[in-house]
Design a protein around this ligand. Sequence first.
Ligand code: ADP
Length: 445
Amino acid sequence: AEAVDKQEAALDSVRHFPYLVVSEDVGAQSLLNKLIRNNLVNTTNQVEVLQKDPNSPLYSVKSFEELRLKPQLLQGVYGMGFNRPSKIQETALPMMLAEPPQNLIAQSQSGTGKTAAFVLAMLSHVDPNNKYPQCLCVSPTYELALQTGKVIEQMGKYYPEVKLVYAIRGNKLQRGMKLQEQIVIGTPGTMLDWCSKFKFIDPKKIKVFVLDEADVMIATQGHQDQSIRIQRMLPKNCQMLLFSATFEESVWNFAQRIVPDPNIIKLKREEETLDTIKQYYVLCNSKEEKFQALSNIYGAITIAQAMIFCHTRKTAGWLAGELSREGHQVALLSGEMQVEQRAAVIERFRDGKEKVLVTTNVCARGIDVEQVSVVINFDLPIDKDGNPDNETYLHRIGRTGRFGKRGLAINMVDSKMSMNILYRIQEHFNKKIEKLDTDDLDEIE
Ligand code: ADP
């Protein structure tokens, strides 16, 4: 009993002292991606499927009709503007809707239709006549839970008998009450409390358990244990579904503890390449000179939209100021902004309201703004040890086959150290980065 108490105390401290939580960054990043995404990520890659029973036939559907959904749900799906299942939904949906239910671990990058898929599965499996929780969905943060809740509400719009409740901090229920809603969505700590300590939910009656954003989940202290403790209370025949954008070893180990006998679906990320990108560098001596070079570039070529990356907030703020003084319409993305504010800035930029987006490295990680044709590394990307961050470099300026457009990348170099970084990046990708003379810019167009 003492050990359990200790564990409780440890979990409580995590719940009550959010500064112990390390996932702020990944959680916020994931939310940001959701807020700014308004359509599917296209991919030409094929899904990889590993079936629990390799001898059973593998179904995949090309239309939502083939799934024999309840008419109210089909209406909800079409009402959201979906015409056909996404790549991952083609195989994931028949698997999740099969009888008897099958367990699933699915991995694909954000924006490929995972949330929509499990929301449809949850809505299909509940019986609205039963007034008690039948599906639990755990998300890593309060905000992500709300986002998923919105999708449930949208897709369930024509199926109002199905009700939803949020198990999130601040949602205080009366002691002794029993929930009547069929779907509960929330964060692991509160969900666990509601199942065990407060008994608002009878875990034995749960038919579907969804664990969303497993990679973000395990980056947060305590969440992994809490999720496992919830899972252990569920009946053996409960359908377990786990989703993740990435699949490192740690995520994979966690997934296997949560989902017994899984089917596995993976959809590879589209490879980014530097093949269609012209890469240049400009040699300067100070940040003022870098700014001057940037002005020259702007004077010489027409730039529809550009993203400019700086290493620190201070530089980003300074540069944004200088650029607007020169008459540019500048958007600034900075670390002290709330996620919602950041999403608003990105949306304005994407809509073309501003032509230049100045940002720090951290802020724009993983953000795709597809129409940007010029990327400027005002500071080169380096990791915390000062080594070149090749992955970030590639992601910033690389293009996937789907956009195919030619792009331009300009790197600002202002010291021996940054020249060295540049050489190492060039070597890593084995692609020449040409020197650009900003007093003579004819060559670049
Ligand atoms: P993920 O959970 O993998 O990040 P989502 O389910 O949130 O992906 O889907 C990403 C975006 O694509 C959302 O805006 C969603 O409404 C939309 N979407 C999902 N499935 C489809 C579909 N079959 N057809 C069109 N749009 C879709």
